[in-house]
Write a protein that binds this ligand. Sequence first.
Ligand SMILES: [Cu+2]
Length: 160
Amino acid sequence: MKKFLSVLLIGAYLLSACGNSAMSGHNDSGEGIEVRGVWARAGMAGGNSAAYMTLVNHEAQDDALVGVSSNVADAVEIHLSAMDANGVMSMTRQDKVIVPANGEAELKSGGYHVMIIGLKQDLKVGDHISLTLTFEKGGALNLTVPVQDSADAMDGMDMH
Ligand SMILES: [Cu+2]
């Protein structure tokens, strides 16, 4: 029985060694997750904001945005805006945003967005806020996000 177990362990070790070398091959040629065009909507203390960006996956396997956090608000959540049959926009909280292998996911007004709820301070155009994104496989990414004008980004303006 003991001999059987050690054979299994060696097998598992060989499998994981194979997996690791394949992984580092991808890391050498790619850069994991890249964030393009990130910005946050201006807002007032006590109100809400939202952040938008394009997530680019340079890896050969799917990844997913699974966590969002910032010190400028009471809560930060992944949301999806959608229009119902009556033409009314509403937002629902999501567990994740899939970022397909060698593909991208767009977080934009009227779609997926990072909802910033209960601002502790005013966010004025030209300010920068810190935002941490956590990915299922890629781990945590700390961003410095510029605050921009919000004319066409209405997610959550009159909600929460
Ligand atoms: Cu929202």
